[in-house]
Design a protein around this ligand. Structure first.
Ligand code: PLP
Length: 499
């Protein structure tokens, strides 16, 4: 299997750099090593490719070459079909970050219920226990809707806000991720937007021009979408100017594409307050942050008031799909029958799906959050201490090896190991222009050879899944890979490419 480097004439500088690097002997050797070690996986993936386009191993923009086929997963350790064992820092895109793969209390609870309940489409007593627990954890939500994915939750939030206000236009921040529905697929995180291949769009009094780099997405017009810059004053001015047209403003507390809480959190909090004053519903997308940066998520930890809150990823258990939309009853009531279903026609909204809130997903999610609730402060104290130790080790490595290696993320929480010259960036576009995705791509493969599994850019989903010793092992491998990258003369940041 090849690393994916093209032999055709490169059409842009990134492609040219990738082709140049991929032809280097050390990269060819690395590819040969992984091909050999993962021979069984590679053969199975080739068979899968002709029948299943959807698997994460084929995910455009993310999937690294040489995907391992995983046959066993416990805690943060996964084993592939060739018998290689990896420390997993991907953890099912964060869904298993809280307790790792197959945590005993969750497996046991689900096993007890398996074969007893109604599958999907019925109300079971565990559903009531689950929503009561949710209400205890996030009391700022008056009511919930159980759905399947983070995308379902943000899509439902937008629809309910539109139904509630009778307005059409939705505002989102440039670079924010809210899932792949049509509006969410505009001006997404830079790795989907395609920067630097695809330059940033211009802006005017209608905000940043709505742009999608996702094939198959029709460009939204200004009546549908207002794309906000990260500049606080400009963003607030746009919201104020267009407030009377806005069905809602949707924002991540701190997005994975601009993970600097010192800048992002005040902006989002100010946006939420501006929305309150203007009477524009504010949607906080907690798909990444929910239950991970505190029991009450970013809303509680950072004091961000919203009308609707979207939960996904860590809310689920054992990777069984479940998400939730929570918030003001008045908005959630748009999707609930008034009592006599025939009279709903023409006056109610519709976001429900066949499998939403299915029995096993609810059981797994209930056991997962119950476990977190039992550990509560201890869980967050320990996670924060572990992340602080990672940051200390990286600071020491920066000083010793003169490499701009950092863990960016929000406080104690999710992040990505990147090369960046500064600790924080004030503007989204400045940060994006300061990242060299090619160095991160190579590091992903170098880490694989060192027994660490990550998806594409070396992202770190962590929590109770990793012990201190696990994180020590991970950080040592990250530092070692970064030092090796530098020794090969790979430009770690774009500034080095120019030099
Ligand atoms: N919102 C945010 C902040 C996300 O990070 C994601 C996915 O990564 C989504 C929404 C979409 O969630 P899902 O992949 O479960 O549909």
């Amino acid at each position: 299997m090849s690393t994916g480097a093209s032999t055709a004439t490169p059409s842009n500088p990134t492609e040219a750099l990738i082709n140049d690097l991929m032809a280097q002997q050390w990269v060819t050797d690395l590819a040969a090593l992984l091909s050999e070690r993962q021979a069984t996986s590679i053969e199975m993936v080739e068979q899968l490719r002709s029948l299943d386009a959807s698997n994460h191993v084929f995910w455009p923009f993310h999937a690294p070459p040489f995907p391992p086929v995983i046959t066993d997963a416990h805690g943060c350790r996964i084993t592939d079909a060739d018998g290689n064992s990896y420390l997993d820092s991907y953890l099912g895109f964060g869904t298993q970050a809280l307790h790792g793969h197959n945590p005993k209390p969750v497996v046991e609870f689900v096993r007890e219920q398996l074969g007893t309940g109604p599958g999907n489409g019925y109300f079971h007593p565990i559903t009531l226990r689950f929503v009561k627990l949710l209400h205890e954890l996030v009391p700022h939500c008056e009511k919930f809707a159980l759905l399947n994915s983070g995308t379902d939750a943000t899509h439902a939030a937008i629809r309910l806000a539109r139904a509630h206000t009778g307005r059409r236009r939705v505002a989102k921040f440039e670079g924010a991720l809210h899932g792949p529905h049509d509006l969410g697929s505009h001006n997404m995180a830079f790795w989907y937007h395609g920067y630097p291949t695809n330059p940033f769009p211009p802006s005017d009094e209608n905000g940043i021009r709505p742009t999608s780099a996702i094939a198959g997405v029709p460009a939204a017009d200004a009546r549908d979408l207002l794309v906000l810059p990260h500049d606080r004053d400009e963003a607030l001015a746009l919201i104020e100017r267009h407030g009377s047209e806005l069905a809602c403003v949707i924002a991540e507390p701190c997005s994975s594409s601009f993970p600097f809480e010192d800048v992002a959190i005040p902006l989002v909090r100010d946006t939420a307050h501006a929305c309150q004053q203007l009477g524009v519903p504010f949607v906080l997308d907690e798909v990444l942050t929910g239950f991970r940066c505190g029991l009450g998520g970013a809303a509680e930890r950072y004091g961000i008031p919203a009308d609707l809150y979207c939960y996904g990823k860590a809310i689920s258990g054992l990777g069984i799909a479940l998400s939730a939309l929570g918030g003001r009853a008045e908005l959630l009531d748009q999707m609930q029958t008034s009592g006599l279903s025939l009279t709903d026609i023409g006056s109610k909204s519709f976001v429900q799906t066949t499998h939403g809130g299915n029995f096993l997903a609810v059981c797994a999610a209930y056991a997962t959050l119950r476990e977190l609730h039992e550990q509560r402060d201890r869980y967050y104290d320990e996670t924060r201490a572990k992340i602080a130790s990672v940051r200390e080790k990286l600071a020491a490595a920066r000083a010793t090896h003169d490499i701009p290696l950092r863990l960016v993320g929000f406080g104690d929480f999710v992040g990505s190991f990147i090369f960046a010259e500064h600790e924080s960036y004030e503007h989204y576009r400045d940060f994006v222009s300061a990242v060299n995705p090619v160095a991160l791509f190579l590091m992903t493969l170098m880490l694989r050879a060192r027994g660490i599994f990550m998806l594409s850019a070396p992202m770190l989903f962590t929590g109770g899944a990793h012990s201190q010793a696990d994180l020590d092992e991970l950080v040592a491998a990250v530092i070692d890979s970064a030092v090796e990258l530098k020794s090969h003369g790979v430009p770690l940041v774009p500034a080095e490419m120019v030099a």
